[in-house]
Design a protein around this ligand. Sequence first.
Ligand SMILES: Nc1ncnc2c1ncn2[C@@H]1O[C@H](COP(=O)(O)OP(=O)(O)OP(=O)(O)O)[C@@H](O)[C@H]1O
Length: 728
Amino acid sequence: MAAGSSRGGAAGGSASRRAQEARRQERLLREQWQAARQRAERWEAASEGERRVAAQLLMLAGRGWRLLVDRRWPGTRAANVDMLLIGPGGVFVIDVKNWRAAPETSGGRLRAGGFSRDEHRRKLLAVTKAAESAVASLGMSPVAVRPLLAFAGQRVDAELGRIRLLGEHEIGPALLSERTRLPAGSVRALADHLARVFPEYEDPAAAPAPAATPGAGATPASDVSTSPGATTPSPATAARPPAAGADGLFDLDGLREAALDEARRAPIEQWMTFLDPDQLALVRRNWAGPARISGPAGTGKTVVGLHRAAYLAQRTNGRVLYVTFANNLPRVQSTFLKTMAPAVADRIDFRSLHSWARDYLRGRGVPVRLHKEKAETAFSLAWKHVGRNSCLSEIDPLHPYWQEEINYVIKGRGITSFEEYAVLARRRRRAGLRRPHRQAVWALYEAYEAQRIERDVHDFNDVLSLALAEAAGRTGHSAYTAVVVDEVQDLTLVGVRLLHALVGDSPNGLLLVGDGQQAVYPGGFRLSDAGIDIRGDRGQVLRANYRNGKDIVDTALSVVAEDAFEDLDGLRTPGRRDVDLTYHDGQVQRAVLPTLAAHDAALLAALGALTPQQLAGSAVLCSAKRGIEHYQRLLTRAGLRVCPLEQYDGHPVEAVKLGSYRRAKGLEFKRVYLPQHDADLPQGSPAGGPSTETADERGELARSQLFVAMTRARDVLWLGSIRPPQEK
Ligand SMILES: Nc1ncnc2c1ncn2[C@@H]1O[C@H](COP(=O)(O)OP(=O)(O)OP(=O)(O)O)[C@@H](O)[C@H]1O
């Protein structure tokens, strides 16, 4: 996911240059406004209020927008569409209303003057769907098509689901304030296409065409060929007296500010508007039950997940939960969604699984006493009394492997009896455990639970189990109509069950997005273990990598080439996968130095050569905490600004990002620096450990994490190594 490093305000320039530019903009705006007013005046059949709405929109025509007026709704003979407006801010489907009473929105319905006007809302949404289908053939996501109700003679700025309601003074500034999402070429192509799909409307019963065809300006005459007032159904006929002065210059105030800001707003990223056909098909698909999207790193899985969440929020009045395991990712994803689909952003909750589960339990009055340190103490004591001197030390004498066994295999999979555990297929665990070993693990688990309960605390797994117990049996009663799970391979089985319980098997309810090759936690499970049945077209794979060039993909794949993995569907996949490459830039730089000092100096030299903007698009990633602490000190002492990944929220920040491989999951950066990248790749068994199975498993996990870190890089992947001269 793009880190947005190339964005940011172009605030530079001297004060006098800025003042000069402001004066030039003001002059231009006045001219455009006068011309728009004159053109709108020619629409004789329209009311004064409607003419003022039209003037605001015609003004945009001088600034790269195209207005199509009074078009026929495809597939119908009689129904019309008031206006289609296509411009840098996207595609807007506009219905102009000339109501005496102000619009009211309550309970998701439209009313005015005490009467229901909801048929207007429904019709506008239906036309918007037709426009979405039309632009989909050009690769445009439905999130970029926005329905808008414009009210002549009213002051309004409100939302009704995905529909924006704007008054005659508000509409121009609001549209001008939209972030740029379409370049001029796309505006032209989309407007031409929409003009073909939505042909001009000819209503035999309506008033004749306007007295004069609008003349000069960027908008072709055929784009504004009939009056907006001629066919606009109006529940009330008389508009309020004009609020503007005779020359309409009153309206200029609102436009002035928006126009001045316009130049400073950087365009939003291309993937927020355009998708490839495979991605778009998944966004708009109708699934009869739970669905899954998988695919190698960088294939746009998250991009599809975000568009899908926005699309589902547009289609319903319900809420959508977008969940990941990591804490930092929801902030970044939420920032992206707000940029790409602001109209529905407040109905999509971006949450990390555990923080959501805690809030859910709190909301249902279930006490949660999560205490990481006390739970750690409970395990240490259990290990000391029951584990350390058991047969488990024959397999691995160090406690982390057995703590993982409890966390990911027993509690993570919701196993509550020894009989279940005794015969359990321990997916993605390398050490073979015979019955006495399993008995020893179970004894350790029971000792841990006893110690934990004695301390009256919960661990992270308990939080999910408690939430699952609450949610199970209440399927369909949650606040959510849809749940999108990103990086699903990081979740435990209990976590996936919990999210499934929120929406059950409802159509378009559960979408699981992820890639088993990027699993960075031990253990695993199959979706069938969670009772989730992904069948037929509900399991989809994306294959085109949009992030990494060939060198970076090859380097990353060479790390995991020998590590075949089992994905959530149980399919075994070779480590070296076929990937369709679409991104052709990107290079791998290696720095192999004999000492830590020389290695770190090379890193600083590489970072020191970057411009502030390049630095902002860079990340230094480490496999473990001590590496992060070391490089935090090094970079800060060298005078470089550092932003810990925990604090990064997707907004551009002029600082090098620093964090762990795990924290970098789901993100991407133009430049990725991996100091000492091969230092932690275990070679052989751990010190003192007779088994190679657990060491192999650790090695596999370390390689997966390194693979994830490497595939975060778009343009440069810097790999640092420390090797004495004879090893080079
Ligand atoms: N249709 C597209 N057009 C242009 N760029 C795209 C498109 N789809 C994805 N991208 C780019 O590819 C990058 C990778 O997308 P995304 O993060 O969704 O991939 P992913 O499959 O979730 O990756 P990973 O599994 O490695 O986290 C995005 O940041 C975006 O810049």
